[in-house]
Design a protein around this ligand. Structure first.
Ligand code: 0O2
Length: 228
């Protein structure tokens, strides 16, 4: 059975298998050396810290307004080199540092968990000290897999040795239920053959629709309570 989209091909693509003829181990080695260089990592960490600090301020603001924690929690990570290499290959790019930093939007990534995802997304977009570079609404337009989240790619200026670069950070905004779904979907992609079990694939897509429906109903309930 064909895989549902490129995300599902993740584990099946081996770095060495895909770049036939190219000196893949040398490319991987160079990518690793450059992407894991202390200043590069520090730049991504810094950009991520700035965004997380901003999100904490947004949450404080929303908490004051709505008398509850609107952002329930958040996590951040820098994408592992191995995962960067695989993603570059999935996108048909060269496995180089240059290709990674110019084409990948989520080397630095933050996940925000909340029920009122549009309110949080709108708040982030209103911030004058954060540049919004790209927005993807996978809630209004879920992926073929059933994946749902709002993605905001923001740019953070980072200055080092008098040179300023814009570092991109991907903010994924989703409910806990959507996150539970995404994790399950990921596990399905990574587990050998799991994606080929037809009922598993259909069930995950169906559950994503159920989750969206329940998320909306709960939020509607929340709004009614807040109006009182
Ligand atoms: P990981 O393991 O999370 O790091 P683009 O921004 O358009 O250049 P990109 O980044 O491929 O290209 O865009 P896309 O499709 O929006 O995917 C970005 C991230 O969203 C992915 O990062 C996943 O975290 C998540 N995602 C997208 N589609 C799916 C899906 O079908 N299932 C699950 N579980 N997550 C998904 P990475 O780097 O692919 O993976």
């Amino acid at each position: 059975m064909p895989k549902k989209d490129s995300k599902n091909q993740k584990k099946s693509i081996g770095i060495k298998e895909t770049l036939a003829g190219a000196d893949t181990s040398l490319m991987e080695k160079q990518l690793k050396e450059q992407i894991e260089a202390p200043m590069v990592r520090l730049s991504y960490t810094y950009a991520m810290d700035v965004v997380q600090a901003k999100l904490k301020m947004i949450n404080a603001d929303l908490t004051e307004q709505f008398d509850r924690q609107v952002i329930r929690s958040m996590t951040g990570r820098i994408k592992q080199t191995d995962s960067i290499a695989k993603k570059l290959m999935r996108k048909g790019r060269e496995v180089t540092f240059q290709a990674a930093v110019t084409t990948l939007n989520n080397i630095a990534g933050i996940r925000v968990f909340c029920d009122d995802i549009y309110r949080v997304a709108d708040y982030i977009k209103k911030q004058k000290d954060i540049t919004l570079l790209k927005e993807k609404d996978y809630v209004k337009n879920p992926k073929k897999s059933g994946y749902q989240s709002i993605h905001l790619i923001v740019g953070i200026p980072v200055t080092y040795l008098e040179k300023t670069k814009e570092i991109r950070v991907e903010i994924q905004i989703r409910s806990f239920a959507m996150d539970y779904w995404a994790e399950l979907d990921n596990q399905m992609c990574y587990k050998k053959n799991a994606g080929q079990i037809e009922n598993v694939e259909r069930a995950t897509k169906d559950y994503s629709d159920v989750i969206a429906k329940v998320d909306n109903q709960m939020l509607e309930l929340r709004r009614q309570i807040e109006k009182k």
